[in-house]
Design a protein around this ligand. Structure first.
Ligand SMILES: Nc1ncnc2c1ncn2[C@@H]1O[C@H](COP(=O)(O)OP(=O)(O)OP(=O)(O)O)[C@@H](O)[C@H]1O
Ligand SMILES: [Mg+2]
Length: 506
């Protein structure tokens, strides 16, 4: 007779159901796993053998064949240990009921205790959609699994606990009220606050617009002008995550093993500051065992590239496609994986190699050729994808030392951002997008209508600045966000002229 148990595996951030079939035959003692397992799954043989013996159960004396079906999906990870062990125990006659609605996920130690695994949330979510209602997971992962509502989650410490559960000594159910949980997490503190940034009104407004509409932004300016400082403050004005976004993000962090067992849900929008020495795989994603890169970890949040021109050109060029599509495809030898990456790009750079081009207080020492070469590291198509480009001038010493003027704190800027995001979410309810930056050309026609006066301004501007088609649309999107920040339904000429103030080139 063949014993069965149910589990799942992840491909990208989605889960696929896997049936574990166990059979024994009377030949030489051996365990073989078939069904496209990778090396980490194959190692389960040794762990499961020891774990079963050390938990006081007997191990089959003949050959054990484990089949992971369907055989055409590659299985990786250590979460197959538990379902394989359950299959073998059933085959040995241990009383574990057959159930089409129960799944097992977990790694085993040699002594039979259960260890946490990565990707539990996507696994449980995926299996729930296929009708699985009861899950046995390592205790370490129980809270994360319980983020999925309306299913039974049992967290176990030891393989033996699951067997005794079926003998009558029930494991406790883990439950989390997700809305209550989110509410408790809403008060967050930030290290950097706009109240400490003096002056720079125009730059602050641009950052506010970027946060409100999810637009990409690039700051250029001389050293010490406060670019890095303001970029760090950006985290404090981002709107809170919606539940759907939080779950989506938690799936990504779960697969990367970046969740803590105490705080299973991502409640803050990610803010990823990446250094230019990071590897292309680390930024974009990839590697022999493909993993999401920084652009995916910044999903629904901010990716900050400081000293943007210092990044290898190959990395910057690869960013073009994810910036446009909101997802990245990572090809591997046998298949390809897709990860979401709807991030806001925030960049900072100096205007020239010495840093002082256009500075009012210090003379630039670069030649024209040097400046040209420096600027050409950011290609036209990449710049075309950046909605807002601003110049951040250096403050004078008097301005920096002036303690009389109180700057607006991040909390009140954030309120406006949150309001503007709500207006957008409501407007795009049926369009499947959340922010103005995601507007497609058709949607722009529908939602960014111009009155006669504005249309005239736009016509003149596009002639004067020779706006590309994409750039033309970007101006409309920015104008839409400015109107939303002002709480107005229609874009007026005032919003449009404000939007046109942002530069189109570095
Ligand atoms: N507007 C400002 N208000 C208050 N402090 C400021 C301001 N501008 C700059 N500073 C001070 O100057 C320091 C340096 O600024 P920052 O590192 O952000 O400059 P930067 O523009 O990133 O320079 P670089 O081009 O060299 O990277 C800040 O840590 C802060 O102490
Ligand atoms: Mg800096």
């Amino acid at each position: 007779m063949v014993a069965k148990s149910i589990t799942a595996t992840t491909v990208g951030i989605n889960a696929y159901k896997v049936e574990v079939e166990v059979d024994t035959t009377n030949s030489l003692p051996n365990v073989s796993i078939v069904g496209l397992p990778d090396s980490s799954v194959n190692e389960a043989r040794e762990r499961v053998h020891s774990a079963i013996k050390n938990s006081g159960f007997s191990f089959p004396t003949g050959k054990v064949i484990v089949n992971l079906a369907p055989a055409d999906i590659r299985k990786e990870g250590t979460n197959f240990d538990l379902p394989i062990a359950i299959g073998i125990l059933k085959e040995q006659g241990v009383e574990i009921p057959d159930s089409e609605t129960t799944a097992y996920i977990g790694e085993l130690s040699l002594d039979g205790s259960l260890r946490g695994v990565n990707g539990v949330l996507p696994l449980v979510l995926g299996l729930k959609e296929l009708g699985i209602t009861t899950f046995f997971v390592p205790e370490e992962n129980a809270k994360e699994a319980a983020l999925v509502q309306d299913v039974n989650i049992y967290g176990a410490k030891h393989l033996g606990d699951i067997v005794t559960h079926f003998e009558g000594e029930q494991l406790p159910l883990t439950k989390i009220d997700i809305n209550e949980y989110l509410k408790n997490c809403s008060k967050q503190e930030y290290e950097w606050d706009f109240k400490d940034v003096k002056g720079q009104q125009k730059a602050k407004k641009a950052l506010e617009i970027a946060a409100a509409g999810g637009h990409n932004l690039l700051m250029t300016g001389s050293p010490g002008s406060g670019k890095t400082m303001m970029a760090k403050c950006m985290a404090s004005i981002l709107p809170p995550l919606e539940l759907k976004e939080a779950i989506e993000l938690t799936k990504i962090y779960s697969i990367c093993g970046l969740l803590s067992s105490n705080e299973p849900l991502m409640t803050k929008r990610p803010y990823r500051a990446v250094h230019h020495t990071a590897s292309p795989n680390g930024i974009i994603g990839g590697g022999t065992n493909p993993k999401p890169g920084e652009i995916t970890l910044a999903h629904r949040g901010v990716l900050f590239l400081d000293e943007m021109v210092e990044f290898p050109r190959q990395v910057l060029e690869v960013l073009r496609q994810p910036l446009e599509d909101g997802e990245v495809v990572i090809s591997r030898s046998k298949s390809s994986v897709k990860y979401p990456c709807k991030f806001m790009l925030l960049g900072a750079m100096n205007p020239c190699p010495c840093g002082y081009l256009g500075d009012k207080q210090k003379q630039c020492t670069c030649t024209d050729v040097q400046v040209q070469r420096y600027k050409s590291r950011l290609s036209g198509p990449l710049l075309d994808r950046i909605d807002l480009i601003i110049n951040v001038p250096r403050l004078t010493t008097e301005e920096l030392n002036n303690n009389n003027i109180e700057a607006e704190p991040s909390s009140s800027i954030r309120e406006r951002v949150v309001k503007a995001r709500k207006i957008q979410a409501k407007r795009y309810e049926n369009d499947g997008i959340l922010t103005n930056s995601e507007l497609s050309t058709n949607m722009i026609k529908k939602y960014c209508k111009l009155d006669e006066k504005s249309a005239q301004i736009m016509k003149l501007a596009s002639q004067k600045y020779q706006l590309s088609g994409r750039r033309y649309n970007r101006v409309l999107k920015i104008a839409r966000t400015i109107a939303d920040l002002a709480g107005e339904e229609n874009i007026t000429s005032e919003h449009l002229t404000q939007a046109l103030q942002y530069r189109t080139d570095i």
